[in-house]
Design a binder for this molecule. Structure first.
Ligand code: AQP
Length: 343
């Protein structure tokens, strides 16, 4: 699945992050760091703080506003240049919700019922989940298709949603006899496509995990990063000779993957370097690396957050640029489905 599978469409990247809390190391390694790499490769990049997705689970309004600005600061601090990438928050471009409705009418209930994220987030009491949470993947399809994006860099957990987006695009094209939407490809790369909780190697690191010790936040100070890594769950075994030796050691493997992703190396090379050493020796090296890589981001986020009006200005400008691409695509969609457009 590559952009080449979309002849006639300009290679374009779209991806988003929910401002449903502070950004985590998982968001950074699985998404943000790679967003910056894509921007620097010179591909057209559109990045969105998906606040409409965030409210599929109740959010405190003041915290949501703060988290949206803080996430924007995180993007910029990590290397997103708002002059080269389009950076905005979703609710400022009304076309997302409008196309989302059209795609709600294309997506099938049977498809939505297979979405594992809904099952995970709704938990046992799915009757009490919001309709928005259920429709989350079709709004995500709208986010992507609204820009005719061909590539979507995401972490492993979002692969199913991008695949659903392809199904929705194909069904729309088939039902209306057009070749209007591309088939966007998930781009899942790097050593840390699924960063796990520091307290439980079977659970994804998540911004909404009740335990702050389970994650590293991009706003954490050097001391906090060090304390969390020192306390991270591991086992008593030394580092194996080969990567295969980490097979049933979820927590140890997670720390190796984090180290590799932060260092820009392969997990195999990291295992080789520390072979035979205990995690008592590995963790201090990981602390030094994490503090060196994440410390400057946290400091820069603090500096940017001192001027929220400037962040709002950047998001507003990004929204205008996003709208200029989205509006004609939405208008054409309405024409295709048979809406009268008379103003
Ligand atoms: N632990 C992770 N490892 C790798 N990638 C991750 N991503 C999230 N967590 C990890 C990637 O970050 C992008 C944005 O995710 P999101 O904020 O839209 O939603 P999410 O996947 O539901 O993230 P969280 O942190 O778990 O949020 P909450 O707690 O609010 O549900 C995506 O590309 C995702 O793959």
């Amino acid at each position: 699945m590559t952009a080449a599978a979309n002849p006639g469409f300009t290679p374009r990247i779209f991806s988003g992050i929910q401002p449903s809390g502070g950004l985590t190391l998982g968001n950074y390694l699985g998404a943000l760091k790679r967003f910056v790499e894509k921007q620097d490769e010179g591909i057209e990049t559109i990045y969105c703080l998906v606040d409409l997705h965030a409210i599929t689970v109740w959010q405190d309004p003041a915290k949501l506003r703060h988290a949206t600005r803080e996430a924007a600061a995180g993007f910029i601090a990590a290397g997103i240049d708002p002059a080269r990438s389009i950076l905005f928050n979703q609710s400022q471009v009304g076309a997302h919700a409008e196309l989302g409705w059209v795609l709600n009418c294309v997506a099938r209930l049977g498809w939505m019922n297979r979405m594992t994220q809904f099952k995970d987030k709704a938990g046992k009491n799915s009757e009490a989940a919001s309709l928005g949470l259920y429709a989350y993947p079709s709004l995500m399809a709208a986010d992507i298709l609204l820009y005719h994006a061909t590539m979507v860099p995401v972490g492993e957990d979002q692969k199913q949603h991008v695949e659903l987006t392809r199904d929705i695009a194909a069904k729309f094209n088939h039902d209306y006899g057009v070749s209007f939407f591309p088939a966007p490809a998930p781009v899942i790369e790097g050593a840390a496509t699924r960063v796990m909780s520091l307290r439980d190697g079977t659970k994804k690191m998540s911004k909404s995990d009740p335990s702050d010790a389970s994650r590293i936040n991009l706003t954490d100070s050097a001391d906090m990063i060090a304390a969390k890594i020192r306390k991270a769950k591991t086992d008593a075994e030394p580092m194996p000779e080969h990567l295969a030796g980490l097979k049933d050691r979820a927590e140890a493997k997670n720390l190796v993957n984090i180290y590799a992703a932060l260092a820009g190396r392969t997990p195999a090379a990291v295992v080789h370097e520390f072979a035979g050493k205990g995690f008592g020796a590995f963790k201090p090296a990981l602390v030094d690396l994490a503090v060196a890589k994440l410390g400057p981001i946290s400091v820069e986020m603090g500096r940017l957050m001192a001027d929220p009006a400037e962040i709002d200005r950047i998001l507003g400008q990004g929204a205008e640029r996003a709208d200029a691409i989205a509006r004609p695509i939405l208008e054409r969609t309405f024409e295709i489905v048979g809406m009268v457009r008379s103003r």
